[in-house]
Design a protein around this ligand. Sequence first.
Ligand code: SF4
Length: 719
Amino acid sequence: MPTKIDRRSFLKVLGLGGAGAALAGCDRPSYATLEEGEEQVFSYLAPEEYVVPGIGVWYASTCLQCPAGCGVHGRVREGRALKLEGNPDTALNKGKLCQMGQAALQTHYNPDRITKPRIGDQEVTWPEALAHIQSKSGGATAWLTGAISGHQAVLLDTHLHARDGGGKHYAVETVNAQAWQAACADTIGDARPELHIDKANSVLSFGADFLGTWISPVKFMADYGAFRSAPRGVLTVIEPAMTLSGANADHWVAARPGSEAAVALGVAYTLASEYGVSTSALPSGAADAIANMTPDRVMELSGVEAQTLSKIAATLMSNSPSLVIGDGRYETAAAAMALNMMLGNIGATITPGVDLVPADLAMRNGSTKALADFAADALAGRIDSVFITGANPAFTASGGLKIKDALANIPLKIGVSMFEDETTQLCDVVLPLASPLEDWGTHVPSSGAGRGEIHVQQPLMEKLHPETLGLGDILLGLAQDAGADGLADFEDYYGYLRTAVSALIGTDQETAWQAVLQAGKVQAPSGERAFTANGALNIQIADTQAPSAGQLTLITTARQGLYDGRHANLPWLQEAPDQISKAVWDSWAEIHPKTAAGLGLKDGDYITITSSAGAITTRVFLYKGVHPDAIAVPMGRGHTHYGRYATGIGVNPLSVLDGTQDVRTGEFLATASVRVQATGDNRHLVRLMDVDQQYGRKLAVTISADQHRRNQTNNQGSA
Ligand code: SF4
């Protein structure tokens, strides 16, 4: 049965048929724009009463540059958002904001924003776009989104449930913590416990880049500051390619790709054998896995020596409480959780998360398994139409997934987006989305926000492009037109949201609403979860031997900045030097100097990296922070259709991943077996810090960490 779309709902929420959008923090004044040519157009010579020329006003809102959902304060002057900072009143980010959050201004003012709906290549009006959707849609529909929470998520579910043909939601995120969450669920019955880096005296990480992109990096950065205050906590990081967290570690250990779980079990073995730490309280299966992981076996699988395991075990024992984290593969995370149980960290540095009492507001965490499920359903003909927003699967999918074939099998694809990208290019209809700085919403952080703290998003300014529409308004219009109960009276998403938030806080008084907007958050009722014991844990260790001659293991790494590629269209973040290589505006492949020498490669040599799924060509960056069996290429660049700043810049390593899935979680592995071939070209990689040495000039005097400790000991002895 065709979808019933009443265009009046959309015209209403567009402001074309009634009241317009709101300025932040005030009670919805009507507005007029030159584009509409209606009513009167005011200049700032006659501003609203709260606008003082030259004086900035700060409004609280929410950062949507990644799924963490930090609280922000935005400075607005003469009706324009000019600066973003962290909201100091949020328990999550405590006044801090990362560079991706700061760059939300460039997302907002980006010259490549979509300003009008289109059908195929033709710009159309909203009524024309909606009529087209109405005539073409029918049967089973779907939403493919990034991570989503709050009242937008509630309306999304409402829309799908109200449709005659039913529907399904796929939440997709390439950078996620699915392995960690599955291991937590399997060991303590809570997939999203609270992690207290600030309460730990030592942190041991197996590939979880908590300072870069893992779960909630700004919260973890703030906690890390406390962790490094006296008494200074000790950070150990074990991973095949150095991350930002690894670069900050006291002790960084390169493990063969895929062998992190073996090293974690080896540390557990050493704790048991050298310190008598019991494994008896572990779920069955874990103790056997540890008993089998002798130091010799760890060496065989990972290349990590027994004395390194002893050193890590000694650090954990002498710096308690500790916190062990791990991600990437399920086994790694499960072994990390086994270590936490042995070390008594459960209840100390890992405590239960909270459940919101309105559970339907909770975060729908994204995964790559959801993308695999989506592709399977599309190829099987189980999806007749799909709305895609907050995700760019045609860019982020593993090459082995053949996502374009899957999308081609869906009769109607509707992109709801701020920008044209590789996915909207494949869509039949594209609807222009308002910027997060122009929109309303609520967002529930995945974890770390304290008890029941929901972040509120409000517009900082009027819409730059009048024909864009907020996601909440689009969802409300669709749900109304599908006949969803209880929504008919709402003029727009603002009205819906205000009513819903009033219900949460138990009052609809204006002063209470203004207090919510000023704080940028709502304290919702919540209940603390309780940990539960699990009877069994299945840790299967991969046989990670050195790759055969001519082969290397490709590692695709996410970086603070371009993230999964969504920020490649922001010049600030293209220009921000990579945390590891210091490179800008290009891609590179990190190769250990020993490996490069064996292949006859030098810095700047162009190489083609070929897997069973495809090939990319980029240049060599010699770097000791990568395991000799690995070659690491950061993700984020390599766009073919993402505006003037991203298109044609660098390569996309996700395109050569072969689509192998983790057995327990179904997540795509971020590694692939590849061959490397020099092309014969060599060109300089542009880096902000071009050399790693001082040529004897002693510009910065350095000493080793061991020497520093010896100096401290000597100083204390002589005091
Ligand atoms: S971690 Fe950074 S990008 Fe993500 S929500 Fe927080 S400030 Fe924004």
